[in-house]
Every structure is written in structure tokens, then in C-alpha cells.
Design a protein around this ligand. Structure first.
Ligand SMILES: Cc1ncc(COP(=O)(O)O)c(C=O)c1O
Length: 467
């Protein structure tokens, strides 16, 4: 055994102690840690012949990277849709690395990882109040989840047309309809050979909405003259957290032959909130779902689920089967995850989710979701009533989309960059209603009313300075 490795093995306990203490100190100061950093490092380009050992490497990491780390899992990181990490999910994540299971098989001797994953999916179905006729798995994020669902949807279209696209390749046209799909959907379409520009765009509803206009949807369906198609709908658009009318779509599904996918990356968690669960009424009739766990469930990156109707499992197997590998004892009639999703070898992503679900239960997660909604609403109210800002859309859930009242694109850019430069809060830019806007997305379980007040004060001072 290499000398360094041997020494590290002997010192395993003290290495992990150091990491634990450093981790606790970081998490204890997350509140005051900067939310942005513009420092760059000079990357080293040559690998040392002899390694440094884990402790020296940790020291080097601390000197170089740790000090410029931003608190993206902290309470005032409101950029993109960035979740934090609950204590139980960190515990689960540590154990995931420690046990280092390869969660690709359900069958075989002694592998419990798939059982943990299946139990986790069942618990999530219960959390979202979705039917047990869905089965799912964990992937690295909503992008991969959208890809997995759309790959199965592509196979479904093939069946309607008497083709097997997974086997034969794409030699026909597939219709995809959507109003405002997330960019990750376009990426999935590009990867699947559907073509990212091949979307028939459905009009959105009038009155500052990002949701599908059902009349136009029906008109577009009729233009397809009975051809099967894929509908991509949204439970939470990324700019304004708008939801499609799922009850209306489910009525149309009774009349027309289509695969219905819902991108519910963050908005799926509306189902956990008593006051907001009406937003997903009717979603249970969809064929597939994308829900991110590293967003509102607040588990470490990379973590999302896909859910597909159990009755379509054969399509999943046709699409993802890892055939011709006898060494994997690969039996297609079992639910080995390697036959149901893109990856073969995979870490046990279920464990941090499983830990957080059981540690906090339905009421804990509902509390997390309601807390974010409350802060988004109070921040949105302030924006609406502040003469310096303009709310670009009503706060429907957890996202506040706004701009400056005295509008110019340059001023919005300057304001956002000065705000983020303070390192005390982080928001991200967008473009909405033909205006450059700013998005604050509330998904972190640690955010408090005091955090919101601090940011408001900061914004007031800054806007007065630059106006
Ligand atoms: C609605 C929606 N779909 C998909 C994604 C992509 O998610 P991920 O970055 O986890 O792949 C996001 C990310 O913000 C999102 O908001």
C-alpha cells in the first residue's frame, strides 16, 4: 500500500474529526458568510508525484478555496432556485459517501441500496399526495429528470407510431407542445434527438400569466389531426412561479392521445402547503413528473426525482436497458435501476432524502415550504409598496420577480451587481415582460424574517445611493 494512503488510513478518525469541526464552524457562521466572491485562483497545472496526504490537502484547500467559498446554502442566497441542507440530509450525505454503495441493482445478494431508494420514492409520493401507481428514481437534478421522462415519452410516441426509437433511432417526427418550458427541457430535447427548436409553442394566458392557454392548446392539438404528441407543462415557471391549469389539461387528456409531462422542479412542493396546494389540483393525471430534491427539500446537490406511471415501465426498460452485459446479472423483469434511468453506476442519492424525510416528517417539510412562501410574500409586499421598485408579477408562491421603477436595463444591471457585491444577499437576473428583472427565490429552510428585513434595509440604502 502507498505510504500516504497507509498513513491516511491510520489517521482516518482524526482526518474526519478535522472535517467535522471545520464543517460545524462553517455551518455555524453561514448566516454571516459572504454570498458572493469575485476572487479567482491561479489553478495549479501539475499533479505532485508524491501526494500530500489528506490533512495537508485539507490545509491547501482551506488556504486556496475555502476562504472564497460563498454561502450558497445560507439563508440569504436567493439566486436561481438554490436550496440549503438540513442537518439530517447532511448526515445522510456523509453516510452515502461512507457506505459508498453502487445503487444500480434491486436484485442480487446483499444490496439494500435499491430498497432504500424504493422506500424513499414511496415516502415522497406520500409527501406529495401522489398515487402509488407512479414509480421513480433519483437522478442528479431536474435536467436529468426531464431527460429521463422525455426519453420514456419519446418511446411512448414510437409505440403509437409502430416504432422503437430507442433501438432504431429517430426516423420520424415527434410533436412536442409547450408554452414556456424551462431551458433544461430544451436541453433534454437536444440530447434526445428531438431537436431543441422543435416545439410547437402554445400561447400563454392573458393578464401577466406564464401558463398554458387551454383554448390555444386545443386548437394546436386539432392541427395535429390525431397524431400523438408530448405536452410539457409547468408546475412553477422559473420567472414567476406560474402553474398550468392541470384540471383543464386532464379534461383534454380524456379526449386526446398525448403524453403529459409536468416539470415541477420546485413547484411540486406547493402540494405540501395547505394554503397553496390548490395550485397542483389535477396534476395526478400526468404521465410523468420532474421534482428536484436539492431545491425545496433542502438536501445537498445533486438530487432530483423523476416519476413515471408504473404501467409505462416497459417503455422505460426499452429506453434505458443495459443489455448484453452478463457480468451484471442484468435481468430485465426486475426493477434494477440501471435499466430504468440514464446512469449505470450511481451513488445512493436516496439516503440524504430518506434521512430528511424521516427526520422532519410531513409537518417539518410543510413548515419549510410555508416559511419560504411567507418570506416571499412579505418581500413581495415590500417591493410592491416601495416607490423605487416595480413588482413584475404577483407572488404566486416562493419567487419574487421585480425591477426598478425608474427603469433602464443598465440601472437594473448596476443595482443587481452592487447588491450581490455586498456579499450579504444573492439574487439572479432575468428578463420578463420585455424588461430586465431580478428574481429572488425563497427555498432555503434557514431564512428568517430578520434576514428579509436586513435585505430590505440594504436595498433601500443602495437604491438611494444610485438613484
Ligand atoms: C422549473 C425548472 N425545471 C428544471 C430546472 C433544472 O434543474 P437542475 O438545475 O436541478 O437540473 C430548474 C432549475 O431551476 C427549474 O426551475
Amino acid at each position: 500500500m502507498n505510504e500516504r494512503l497507509k498513513k491516511d488510513l491510520d489517521e482516518m478518525a482524526s482526518i474526519l474529526d478535522k472535517v467535522k469541526n471545520q464543517g460545524i464552524s462553517y455551518l455555524d457562521h453561514l448566516q454571516s458568510h459572504p454570498t458572493s466572491n469575485t476572487n479567482n485562483i491561479n489553478p495549479q497545472t501539475s499533479l505532485p508525484i508524491d501526494g500530500w496526504g489528506a490533512k495537508n490537502t485539507l490545509e491547501y484547500f482551506n488556504d486556496t478555496f475555502e476562504k472564497i467559498m460563498v454561502s450558497s446554502s445560507g439563508p440569504k442566497y436567493w439566486g436561481f432556485v438554490t436550496g440549503g441542507t438540513t442537518p439530517a440530509s447532511i448526515a445522510g450525505d456523509w453516510l452515502t459517501a461512507i457506505y459508498d454503495q453502487n445503487a444500480f441493482k434491486a436484485s442480487g445478494q446483499g444490496d439494500v441500496s435499491s430498497q432504500i431508494e424504493m422506500e424513499t420514492i414511496l415516502l415522497l409520493l406520500d409527501l406529495f399526495n401522489l398515487s402509488k401507481n407512479l414509480s421513480g428514481g433519483l437522478v442528479s437534478g431536474a435536467t436529468m429528470s426531464n431527460l429521463t421522462c422525455l426519453a420514456t415519452a419519446r418511446q411512448w410516441i414510437g409505440k403509437q407510431q409502430g416504432k422503437d426509437y430507442a433501438k432504431e433511432g429517430m426516423n420520424g417526427s415527434i410533436h412536442v407542445l409547450a408554452a414556456l418550458p424551462h431551458s433544461s427541457v430544451l436541453k433534454a430535447m437536444a440530447l434526445l434527438g428531438l431537436g431543441s427548436v422543435n416545439i410547437t409553442t402554445i400561447k400563454t394566458n392573458h393578464g401577466n400569466r406564464e401558463s398554458i392557454n387551454l383554448k390555444d392548446f386545443e386548437k394546436k392539438i386539432r392541427q395535429l389531426s390525431g397524431d400523438p404528441f408530448i405536452l410539457i407543462s409547468s408546475a412553477g415557471t422559473v420567472n414567476t412561479a406560474d402553474f398550468d391549469d392541470f384540471e383543464g389539461i386532464s379534461q383534454l387528456k380524456k379526449k386526446f392521445n398525448f403524453w403529459w409531462h409536468i416539470d415541477a422542479a420546485f413547484g411540486g412542493f406547493a402540494s405540501c402547503s395547505k394554503s397553496h396546494r390548490h395550485l397542483v389540483n389535477g396534476w395526478e393525471y400526468a404521465d410523468s413528473f420532474t421534482i428536484d430534491c436539492h431545491k425545496w427539500l433542502n438536501v445537498p446537490y445533486e438530487n432530483a426525482i423523476f416519476l413515471i406511471k408504473e404501467s409505462y415501465k416497459i417503455l422505460q426498460v426499452e429506453t434505458f436497458q443495459n443489455s448484453n452485459a452478463p457480468y451484471l446479472e442484468n435481468e430485465l423483469d426486475t426493477v434494477d435501476y440501471l435499466n430504468l434511468l440514464p446512469e449505470n453506476s450511481r451513488r445512493l442519492k436516496a439516503l440524504p432524502v430518506w434521512f430528511s424525510l424521516l427526520a422532519y416528517g410531513k409537518s417539518g417539510i410543510q413548515g419549510m415550504v410555508d416559511n419560504s412562501i411567507e418570506h416571499a410574500q412579505s418581500f413581495g409586499n415590500w417591493i410592491e409598496n416601495c416607490p423605487y421598485f416595480e413588482l413584475l408579477a404577483p407572488v404566486r408562491l416562493n419567487t419574487v420577480c421585480f425591477t426598478l421603477n425608474d427603469y433602464s436595463e443598465e440601472l437594473v444591471t448596476t443595482f443587481l451587481s452592487l447588491l450581490n457585491e455586498t456579499g450579504k444577499v444573492f439574487m439572479s437576473p432575468t428578463f420578463y415582460l420585455e424588461k430586465k428583472g431580478i428574481r429572488a427565490a425563497f427555498v432555503n429552510w434557514r431564512t428568517t424574517a430578520e434576514d428579509v428585513s436586513e435585505v430590505i434595509e440594504l436595498m433601500q440604502n443602495l437604491i438611494k445611493k444610485i438613484s
